[in-house]
Structure formats: structure tokens, C-alpha cells
Design a protein around this ligand. Structure first.
Ligand SMILES: Cc1cc2nc3c(=O)[nH]c(=O)nc-3n(C[C@H](O)[C@H](O)[C@H](O)COP(=O)(O)O)c2cc1C
Length: 197
């Protein structure tokens, strides 16, 4: 049976980051919560030069093979989960660059936003939601946010146990996944209707 593919994209790329551990935990919850195939995507493995495409991505046609490979990767998925920290009240530049390299590949697809930071990354969560809407994506209403302590941010060890630290938030993450599943089903039925018409 066909199962939807959901890519969990890690928003941070810096050396001593905690993003991969949080993304792995979120993907684990997702694979238990809904019947879909999950894959974590590390933008470190997709080093796209900053805004190097000469054309307008929304009009299609890419000049570089790295963009075409990124396009193929994003086209594989029916939905996305963005797991990102807040950097200076926004989300990291590599994430914006990865989004801006494409357009149609994101368009019309459901998305879920998970943020973390001293105030749960609430500011970058709102910003990212707006940008995803600009890409014609369908972000779900519930946006879980994880609070880091000031000591943890200052220590900057790269170590974290998300299940232990954010376990109380798991219910909210599951609810967000339920909303993502509903959006996935609606998107699939819309596809069928437009095919039938
Ligand atoms: C460039 C930079 C800017 C940051 N800005 C914020 C911020 O605006 N708000 C906040 O709560 N934490 C901020 N932090 C702290 C991050 O929340 C914390 O370092 C977190 O671990 C970053 O995620 P990462 O480890 O996956 O890169 C910032 C960290 C960096 C490196």
C-alpha cells in the first residue's frame, strides 16, 4: 500500500547544534502517531550556495545540478516538518535559502513547524509560517515550541535529551501530527478530484 512520505527538515547547520537530536525525536513521535514514512533531512548534506540560481524559482527551470537534486528530493515528499531554532528572532539563513531555491516542489503541500529557543522560538515560528504560506504551503495551526534554559544556551554543548526535557510537549506534537494527517488526506482527495474532472 502506498504510504505518504514526510521529510523532517533540520533548520540549523552550525557545528555544535542540537537540531538533529530534536528532529530525530520529532520524527520518532511522528512515525508512531501517523502512518507515514519519515525521513530526516539535514541541510548540511544539501549545501546550496546562497541564492545562486539566476532564474525565478516559481517560474521553474534550474541552472544548477545541485538545485535539480534538491528539487528531486523535495518532490519525493507529500508533506514536511520543519524543526528549527530561533536565531536573532528569525530562523536560520540556510533554511530560507533552501526554501527559496524552489517553489512548485513546496507548493500546495501540508507542513508542520516545530521551533525551539529561550522563548520556544515563537518569533521564528510565526515568521516561518508566513513564508510557508508565501510558498503556497498548508501549515497546520498547532506549532509546538520547546523552551531551552539560559544555562543550556550559554553552555552550548550540543548535547540534549529531547524526550527528557520536552516530554511534556509530546501530546502537543502528536496533535500537530494529527492535523498534518488531516491536511495530507484533504490534499490527496483534492488531487483525485482534479484528476477526475
Ligand atoms: C546566531 C544565533 C542567534 C540566536 N538567537 C536566539 C534568539 O533570538 N532567541 C533565542 O531564544 N535563542 C537564540 N539563540 C540560542 C539558540 O536558541 C540556541 O543556541 C540553540 O541551541 C540553537 O539551535 P542549534 O543548536 O540547533 O543551532 C541564538 C543562537 C545563535 C547561534
Amino acid at each position: 500500500m502506498h504510504s505518504d512520505k514526510i521529510l523532517v527538515i533540520i533548520g540549523s547547520t552550525r557545528t555544535r547544534r542540537i537540531g538533529p537530536r530534536i528532529a530525530a525525536w520529532v520524527a520518532h513521535i511522528g512515525s508512531q502517531a501517523i502512518g507515514a514514512q519519515f525521513e530526516v533531512v539535514d541541510l548540511k548534506d544539501w549545501p546550496l550556495p546562497m541564492d545562486d540560481e539566476p532564474g525565478i524559482p516559481a517560474l521553474g527551470g534550474y541552472a544548477f545540478e545541485h538545485t535539480r537534486a534538491w528539487s528531486r528530493k523535495i518532490s519525493e515528499a507529500q508533506a514536511f516538518v520543519f524543526v528549527t531554532p530561533q536565531y536573532n528572532w528569525g530562523y536560520p539563513a540556510p533554511l530560507k535559502n533552501a526554501l527559496d531555491h524552489l517553489y512548485q516542489e513546496w507548493s500546495g503541500k501540508p507542513a508542520m513547524i516545530v521551533t525551539y529557543g529561550g522563548h520556544e522560538g515563537s518569533k521564528c515560528s510565526r515568521q516561518l509560517r508566513q513564508v510557508l504560506k508565501g510558498l503556497n504551503m498548508r501549515p497546520v495551526r498547532i506549532r509546538p515550541g520547546f523552551r531551552l534554559t539560559l544555562d543550556q544556551i550559554k553552555a552550548n554543548t550540543g548535547a540534549i535529551d529531547p524526550a527528557a526535557q520536552f516530554g511534556k510537549q509530546e501530546k502537543k506534537v502528536r496533535k500537530a501530527f494529527s492535523q498534518l494527517q488531516v491536511r495530507l488526506q484533504r490534499t490527496a482527495s483534492r488531487r483525485w478530484w482534479s484528476w477526475l474532472l
